[in-house]
Design a binder for this molecule. Sequence first.
Ligand SMILES: [Mg+2]
Length: 200
Amino acid sequence: MPTSQTIYVDMDDVLCETARGCLEIVERVFGKRVAYEQLTDFDLGNACALAPEETAELYHIVHHPDALLKLQPVNGAIAVLSQWIVAGFEIAIVTGRPPATYEPSVDWLVREQVPYHSFTVVDKYGRFTTERTIAVSLSELAARQFVFAVEDSPTMARYLAEQMKVPVKLFDRPWNRATVEHPKITRHNHWFEIAEAFPG
Ligand SMILES: [Mg+2]
């Protein structure tokens, strides 16, 4: 029997509209109105011109279970994942969220009825190295095999394409437009466009 093939799917701003949720918090808590298209820096604090302590507070608020559970799913994501599963693929959700958000993240996936096979927290940006953590390292991730990946992070897209030789469907977002050029990386505006590029 052939081993089943696995598709890597990021969570924030690929499955759920995290940045839009953050902008609501930035307006409510700091009284700052920032347009979505202005988010040209992957670092939200920089993109919204927040002070370091405001950025820390923003992350503290958005990683609270109540805020995480409020995030909206990205249009088309669930339908396309279901289609790939029917075609025989396994879905590995791979997030760079802090390990403490594991439970509310899984709660969100269940509530939104997102179909998947595994959920992994990866220390994508070297943030959790000092704590005892359930997060796996980038080199542990590199030992796994994926048919392709769906990501929005420029850093992760480059790591997947260059270090892991995994084709990347880069989900077009204002913060990844200027940065990534690689033969293995293709840019897509919508989940249905990704599904057309890879019908399963
Ligand atoms: Mg993301």
